[in-house]
Structure formats: C-alpha cells, structure tokens
Ligand binder design. Structure first.
Ligand SMILES: [Zn+2]
Length: 159
C-alpha cells in the first residue's frame, strides 16, 4: 500500500537559489519556491495498520527542506563547477565566471547538479535511509521535487 503527502498542503517547502552550469537560461543564479511531494510504499504493520505515520515522514522531509531553505544550492560533485576554496568564503568558477559567496549562505549537496532530478534523488535516498532505521516494512520512497507549481521531477528509491 502507498501513502501520499502533498508538499504544498503539508508545507514541505523550501526557497533556494541555484544555477545549472552551461544551460542557456538557467546558467545564471536564480531562485525557486520548491515543494516536495512524497509517496511511501510498504506493508501495513503495527498497532494501527499504518504503512508509516504521516507525521514521521513529514518531519523527516521538513528537516531536509529546512537545511536547504534560503541557501544557494551547490552540487559538490559537479564536473562544471571548479571549487577553489572550501574554507572561509566559497570560491568557485564555472567556465569564465568566478564566484565568491559566504559559506553560511550556501549548502553543498553530494550530487552532480541541483536540477529537480538530482534533488529528488537526494531526498528519496535520505528519506528511505531514515525510514529504514525505524523498520523494515518500507519498500520504496518516491519523491517529486517541484520547482514551483506545475513542474517537478520524480525519483523512486527502491533498494
Ligand atoms: Zn532553476
């Protein structure tokens, strides 16, 4: 059975800046008001016959959203971003463009791009790992990171 959480209604949101290096329109720093939809599939279990308590999933996802909220999201594993200084202010370049940003304003993610696709993968893996610690009845976690209303990317993490 599946449970579904709608990110807008459940307030699973974050507002962040990012860039997609090399992309004609998305190459410059710009922002999105993201929201995160969640689907968890698994066997029903326990006293209440839940797949998992909605409250637990929402708090896990919200914790991740909070980390990214009001930050410049940077993909630490990008092949296009050359990081020059990771201590103190973050210095990096993308092609001919040089950036220096306060470290506390940025959040480095262990992904190759801050596209909706990669952000979904990041969320799905994390939420699955967190849920796995609580029990073994979860089969998959599906996440849709939406870059505003009407466009998002789904990723399903299934071990
Ligand atoms: Zn964007």
């Amino acid at each position: 059975m599946k449970i579904v959480i709608n990110g807008i209604h459940a307030n699973l949101r974050f507002a962040s800046a990012h860039m997609i290096p090399g992309h004609e329109f998305c190459g410059g720093i710009h922002g999105h008001s993201y929201h995160v939809d969640v689907v968890v599939e698994g066997e029903r279990s326990g006293q209440f016959g839940f797949v998992v308590d909605f409250k637990i999933v929402k708090s896990m996802v919200r914790k991740l959203c909070k980390k990214l909220d009001h930050k410049v999201l940077l993909p630490a594993e990008s092949e296009q971003i050359i990081f020059k200084n990771m201590k103190g202010p973050l210095e990096f370049s993308i092609g001919p463009k040089n950036y220096v940003l306060p470290k506390e304003d940025c959040y480095l993610l262990p992904i190759t791009s801050t596209s909706a696709e990669e952000l979904s993968r990041f969320f799905a893996e994390h939420v699955y790992q967190d849920l796995e610690k609580l029990g073994s009845n979860i089969e998959s976690v599906e996440i849709c990171v939406n870059e505003g209303i009407g466009q998002g990317a789904y990723y399903t993490f299934k071990p």
